[in-house]
Write a protein that binds this ligand. Structure first.
Ligand code: PEP
Ligand code: MN
Length: 264
């Protein structure tokens, strides 16, 4: 179902009415985790000023350590909904439990399936069966491209065709960066599937200063957009502060990719 052989033209997926895929380069931005109203509204305001229409933010955080911040849960979803109402932003947020598909439906415009859950088949089926909202499916950190496509197939086969793929870096022998952003995969996927392909240079590199060059590389390789972590005060962030762009960094990024985006 994901193959270009079946459908030659690019799929355009609606995220609460905002189009992802086709001839646009989308930028989704926001904090790793929703932390407070002050934090989320501050970031939302900054993003609005930059012309951003889609806000990311985790309410349920699948953390490597059980002792790390696990997210605000439903309180976080309430804050995301408030940001949607206040700023008109479309909401992208991670689902980690198949039983939350219905609950999250009213709070979000796009479910995110995280790298750690790419092959959580019950979760894939839940967002496939219980919703027609967009699903941003992130590649598992040790998943092949074929496995990513088959994970997408689970969602579509269960009844929801609105899948957006996301390359977010894979595990390699390299330790200088958190992950190795696989731009091969982006170019390959663009040939192989009609689904939109986004890049996450934040998790893909884990290095703040590399997010800008890899975002530009994403445009060059034909990605349909990027999803980037931002924070007004990264030192105080409860997760992934080390890779969060400040308002100034984000403004620079937007200015730097603008000419390339316009050319696509
Ligand atoms: C995230 O987007 O904050 C996240 C946890 O991403 P990933 O699933 O790619 O690690
Ligand atoms: Mn993160």
């Amino acid at each position: 179902l994901v193959s270009r052989e079946l459908q030659a033209h690019d799929s355009v997926i609606s995220v609460g009415g905002v189009k992802v895929g086709g001839n646009t380069f989308s930028v989704i931005a926001g904090p790793c985790s929703v932390e407070s109203e002050e934090q989320l509204f501050g970031i939302s305001q900054m993003l609005k000023q930059q012309g951003i229409t889609m806000l990311r933010g985790g309410a349920f955080k699948p953390r490597t350590s059980p002792y790390s911040f696990q997210g605000l849960g439903v309180e976080g979803l309430e804050l995301l909904k408030a940001a949607r109402e206040e700023f008109g932003l479309k909401i992208v947020s991670e689902i980690i439990d198949p039983n939350d598909a219905k609950l999250m439906h009213d709070y979000i415009d796009c479910y995110q399936i995280g790298a750690r859950n790419m092959q959580n088949f019950r979760l894939l089926e839940a967002v496939g069966e219980q919703s027609d909202k967009a699903v941003l499916l992130k590649r598992g950190m040790s998943a092949t491209i074929e496995e990513l496509l088959l994970a997408a197939e689970y969602i579509i086969n269960a009844g929801n065709p609105n899948v957006i793929l996301c390359e977010r870096g894979i595990r390699t022998f390299e330790t200088a960066t958190r992950n190795t952003l696989d731009l091969n995969a982006v170019a390959y996927l663009k040939q192989k599937t009609h689904l939109p392909v986004l890049v996450d240079p934040s998790h893909g590199t884990g290095v703040k200063s590399l997010i800008n060059p890899l975002s530009r590389a994403s445009v060059a390789v034909g990605a349909d957009g990027i999803i980037v972590e931002t924070h007004l005060n990264p030192k105080e962030a409860l997760s992934d502060g080390h890779q969060a762009l400040t308002a100034d960094d984000f403004a620079t990024l937007m200015a730097d990719i603008k000419p390339f985006v316009a050319a696509t």
